[in-house]
Design a protein around this ligand. Structure first.
Ligand code: PEP
Ligand code: MG
Length: 547
């Protein structure tokens, strides 16, 4: 038995036979050609074929992983047609009288090397894309119909790395999981795996491939990131337990769907879901969430290589609101900075980024960015039941400034004759001790509070949430954190403001009863936790004062 560790991408476990993914390797030879025109013609035909394959993959991706994730294949189609790339290939065919395969392979290496050397992380990732499309063109030059091959039985695919197109082309019914030696948890491949709901482990290191034989038994644990090759009896038993646990969870899901989130004594709680992209809405609906309690809008910025325009944002917010019909959708304004960085913001390096220019501070410092987002949100508001939430609040002054900006945006829209809803709820995140302590002052200014326990814990206990070395000091059940939750709930209710929790602690069912006793009205959790929390809520009787 050998255990390898990587990054688990999708919370699920798979046990089965492994199959090493063999990328067709193209042993491209340099051949001298006389008729360069005919060679260019071959190249054109191969490109047409490649585009038609990519458009089929795009359609498949659109169905399986949604528009945002499918976009990478639109980019691939554009790359096949890219002028610089094509000019370089043709120049090589014309000037060196070489075959098209060779010209494509050399150009691919040159472009990939250029992308790899760039500072921008997004551009560096394009190196894999240019290799991917070049391999496709070379395969098409050799009259191959498609570069992907699917296994015949359900297996754990093990590979050095997988390109996005290879990931999407995998037949979901044949793939138990995939494990790669390289890759990052934020790569397109990882994102696609998450959205396709395939358990995946990324970055276990190259060594594992040399130990594998096709047909070996392995466990791929997407929860822990462990890949166990030829597991012993004990490891198999444990993995099977987890697998049965997953099956039980699924059964629970079926049983609780459509049921109310109501305690034994009749108190109704809203259980909403947290999302980072429109693509997660399927999971929200599948898990029967009553609304969206936190849409982390910053992912829209993080996925882009430039500021998303008002129109782009408007379309996304409109889609989320329409998909949720009349259910509540709380969109949190940009929470960038600290651990969430996008190069194009050109933020200065800070000594203590978690205490720096992040979230609402950045928005108030750069009102042009904030105003664009607010305009997009207000415009989208007519398509559903919108709540707007502001992160990292510490004072009334900030909140007054925000409310004044919202009023200005509303006035502007009215003057432009653009409609917006008059029933948008405005709320703030309580994620700094300051906000919790002055929650009596903040409550009259807003419609709702949502407690960000991830940051509230970090700031209350002075524990950097990014630092794994201090995990044991970062007690999420610390009395100081729970007291701040209770203070906020009391102050909220005094002023008729509703209060929820959207940090990870909302899904911790050992605390559900305590939270309800404090008066928490809403819990917003990752979609797969909605039914688990519903189950906990339905077992609580608030009349008994056992706690
Ligand atoms: C939180 O801080 O608890 C929260 C929900 O926000 P994020 O995790 O995005 O900082
Ligand atoms: Mg936070």
């Amino acid at each position: 038995m050998m255990t390898y560790r990587g990054k688990g991408v999708c919370g699920a476990i798979a046990i089965g036979k492994v199959s090493v993914f063999m990328r067709r390797s193209f042993n491209v030879k340099r051949i001298k050609i006389d008729n360069t025109e005919a060679e260019r013609g071959r190249l054109e035909e191969a490109k047409k074929k490649a585009i038609s394959q990519l458009s089929r993959i795009y359609e498949k991706a659109l169905k399986e992983v949604g528009e945002a994730n499918a976009r990478i294949f639109e980019i691939h189609m554009m790359m096949v047609e890219d002028d610089d790339y094509n000019e370089a290939i043709i120049e090589m065919i014309n000037s060196r009288n070489v075959n098209a395969e060779y010209a494509v392979a050399v150009t691919s290496d040159n472009f990939a090397a250029m992308f790899s050397s760039m500072d921008d992380a997004y551009m560096r990732e394009r190196a894999a894309d240019v290799k991917d499309i070049s391999n496709r063109i070379i395969a098409c030059l050799g009259n191959e119909n498609d570069v992907e091959k699917n296994p015949d039985e359900r297996v754990i695919i093990c590979a050095n790395d997988l390109a996005p197109s290879e990931t999407v082309a995998l037949d979901k019914d044949k793939v138990l999981a995939f494990v790669t030696a390289y890759g990052s948890a934020n790569s397109h491949t990882a994102i696609l795996a998450r959205n396709m709901n395939i358990p995946a482990i990324i970055g276990v290191g190259e060594e594992f491939l040399s130990r594998i034989q096709n047909g070996d038994i392995a466990i791929a644990d997407g929860y822990t990131g462990e890949f166990i090759l030829n597991p012993d009896k004990d490891a198999l038993e444990k993995a099977n337990e987890k697998l049965f646990g997953d099956i039980e969870k699924k059964e629970l899901l079926q049983k609780l769907k459509g049921k109310e989130n109501v305690t034994i004594d009749g108190t109704t709680i809203n259980i909403y879901a947290n999302i980072g992209s429109v693509d997660n809405i399927g999971a929200v609906l599948l898990n029967d969430a009553g609304g969206i309690g936190l849409f982390r809008s910053e992912f829209l910025y993080l996925e882009n290589s430039d500021y998303p325009s008002e129109e782009e944002q408007f379309k996304v917010y409109k889609r989320v609101l329409e998909s949720m019909a009349s259910k509540k959708v709380i969109i949190r304004t940009l929470d960038i900075g600290a651990d969430k960085q996008a190069d194009y913001f050109k933020l200065e390096k800070e000594e203590n980024p978690a205490l720096g220019l992040r979230a609402i501070r950045l928005c108030l410092e750069r009102p042009d960015i904030f105003r664009t987002q607010l305009r997009a949100l207000y415009r989208a508001s007519v398509y559903g039941n919108l709540g707007i939430m502001f992160p990292m609040i510490t004072s009334q002054t900030e909140l007054k400034e925000i409310i004044a900006l919202c009023e200005e945006v509303k006035k502007e829209l009215s003057l432009d004759g653009i409609e917006f809803s008059d029933s948008i709820e405005l709320g703030i995140m309580i994620e700094t001790p300051a906000a919790a302590i002055i929650s009596d002052r903040l409550a009259p200014m807003v419609d709702f509070f949502s407690i960000g326990t991830n940051d509230l814990t970090q700031y209350t206990l002075a524990c950097d949430r990014q630092n794994p070395r201090i995990e044991r000091f970062c007690d999420t059940h610390h009395e100081a954190v729970l007291r701040l939750v209770e203070i906020s709930a009391k102050n909220a209710h005094k002023h008729g403001t509703w209060i929820g929790i959207c940090g990870e602690l909302a899904a911790d069912t050992t605390l559900t009863e305590a939270f309800l006793r404090m008066g928490i009205d809403e819990l917003s959790v990752s979609p797969p936790f909605v039914l688990k929390v519903r189950d906990a809520v339905r077992k609580i009787d608030l009349r008994s004062d056992s706690k």
